[in-house]
Ligand binder design. Structure first.
Ligand code: PGA
Length: 310
């Protein structure tokens, strides 16, 4: 079949990923007619339509899906080759794509900063999203490495647990339960509660604990950001459950308090993971090792298992 050029495949892969010819043109800094032209030629080469337009939306046909899978493999191999050649030249160039859950933003950017001092010429993309969005990114092989707490059940991954990610009940420091010890879970019944959005792993863990203990809370507000939830708690809108890592920037005698409620903390861990079929690039492997080592060094210094407690 193939007089298809790499350029055509790149244009196709970008349009498929972006779901739009216009966005693909912007990403590749070419014109929209060029995108259409390249995809038209590729369609003729393949002999089957690659996209269908339904309303204003662009969908991949079955042939398009197949071609997209192949494109990802080809570009993955080429990225890897580029990095291997760079490593051979000692230039340490290349790209690093990371997908991480919301709570890791208190930790990963710092580690990245240190890592980039040794690899100043690499290009990094860091996507900070919730668990469901991260699982979607994993399913479509969008990043090299992922950091998350709930591994996807339907994908084969290599994973390594490296730090605790406990969930705690957070309230304003003048809450009547603040400072009390060993409070039963039932004391939360009827509390005004601020919840994370659907798709959040934190939300799923809390719902499951409350459900299995028959606890009903009043959801006053649903927010898609841990930082916004902290502000809402401080503003008196209710209590919430958050990863202890989100409190890393809070003073211990500040506006927020962690309540000592039975069944909490909900114990979870952060994992660094990558897809089982994926050959990690030289840079991605170097970053994985660097991150595991940095977290262990930080923990040895603190003598604890959770960085949020440092
Ligand atoms: P979430 O994940 O953003 O999906 O809630 C955060 C976490 O589990 O720590």
């Amino acid at each position: 079949m193939l007089p298809a050029t790499l350029h055509q495949l790149k244009v196709f892969e970008t349009a498929a990923r972006q779901g739009s010819f216009t966005k693909a043109a912007a990403e590749l800094s070419i014109t929209q007619p060029t995108v259409s032209g390249q995809i038209k030629q590729l369609t003729q080469t393949i002999g089957m339509p690659l996209f269908e337009h339904i309303g204003r939306k662009l969908y991949l046909t079955e042939a398009g899906e197949e071609l997209l899978t192949t494109c990802k493999e080809i570009f993955g191999h080429l990225d890897n080759l580029e990095m291997k050649l760079s490593a051979l030249k000692g230039a340490k160039q290349g790209q690093l794509h990371l997908g991480v859950i919301t709570t890791t933003k208190y930790f990963v950017p710092r580690i990245l900063g240190e890592f980039c001092q040794s690899y100043p010429d690499i290009e990094v993309s860091l996507q900070v999203v919730n668990h469901d969005q991260l699982h979607d990114r994993m399913a479509s092989n969008q990043d090299d490495l992922y950091i998350l707490s709930n591994l996807p059940g339907d994908l084969e991954v290599h994973s390594e647990a490296f730090l605790d990610n406990p969930l705690v009940v957070v309230a304003r420091s003048d809450h009547p339960l603040a400072g009390k010890t060993n409070v039963p879970l039932s004391a939360l019944r009827g509390e005004d509660f601020i919840s994370r959005e659907m798709g959040s792993g934190t939300r799923r863990a809390v719902e499951s604990l409350f459900k299995s203990n028959d606890i009903e809370v009043q959801i006053r507000l649903e927010l898609g950001s841990n930082e916004a939830i902290k502000q809402a708690i401080a503003g008196g809108l209710g209590i919430s459950v958050l990863s202890r890592h989100t409190l890393i920037t809070e003073p211990t005698d500040g506006e927020l308090a962690v309540l000592d409620i039975n069944h909490f903390p909900i114990q979870r861990e952060w994992y660094v993971a990558y897809l089982a079929g994926k050959k990690l690039s030289v840079i991605a492997e170097a970053f994985r090792e660097f991150m595991l080592k940095s977290s262990q060094v930080a923990l040895q210094h603190s003598g604890r298992r959770s960085l949020a407690l440092l």
